[in-house]
Design a protein around this ligand. Sequence first.
Ligand SMILES: Nc1ncnc2c1ncn2[C@@H]1O[C@H](COP(=O)(O)OP(=O)(O)OP(=O)(O)O)[C@@H](O)[C@H]1O
Length: 229
Amino acid sequence: MLEVSGINQFYGESHTLWDLAMEAPQGACTCLMGRNGVGKTTLLKAVMGLLPVRSGSIRVNGADLAGKPAEARARAGVGYVPQGREIFPQLTVEENLRVPLGVRRGTTIPDLVFDLFPVLKEMRRRRGGDLSGGQQQQLAIGRALVLEPELLLLDEPTEGIQPNVVREIGEVIRYLNAEMGLTVLVVEQKLHFARQVGDRFCIMDRGRVVTDGPMDRLDQELVQSYLTV
Ligand SMILES: Nc1ncnc2c1ncn2[C@@H]1O[C@H](COP(=O)(O)OP(=O)(O)OP(=O)(O)O)[C@@H](O)[C@H]1O
């Protein structure tokens, strides 16, 4: 589904992703893990087309999207939930959800969004900025689902969220993956959550993917080498 190879990315002179290769196989939920600053967010933004890469290919369903704008990637079936949610605080919940429709000249928000997050229906006329952190995260996920993506990228969806909402978000990710067939790539620092939602892991260190595999092979040695501080 997603195949990234030979990605090199720079912030100015600072070389951040180094010949990076990884994949998120069709139908799997892959957890992208690694310590702070290893380049996880940079990789997700590069896949979504929000940051330019100097070289390499980013294939989704076989089509190379490197060099294509973010809108083209959204149309190709890639949805993105950014770190920190990035909802528009002055817009209502419904207006936030309508933002992606412009990309495809669509007119309706799919029922799935309100079925998964009934709170968004109740609060559709409230301003995004008035929602709690957990509700904003649900809105950010809902917004990413409006264009009915095949590949969903989520950047630390549980960061700063209270435990009961974390559980709900975990259930939604499992549902989207297992029942709806979405391929998922989720950046996650919490080991327990990663084990709950992921069937594969992919670990980054200093701008490269160093190891990956089925979640049950994420053992203590790997955790100590690459994840604990
Ligand atoms: N806009 C930027 N300009 C310059 N350097 C940046 C920029 N954004 C990130 N970096 C640097 O690039 C490296 C990778 O950052 P990135 O945010 O991708 O890491 P991360 O693994 O997602 O970290 P975290 O877990 O803390 O979110 C870090 O050294 C960071 O300081």
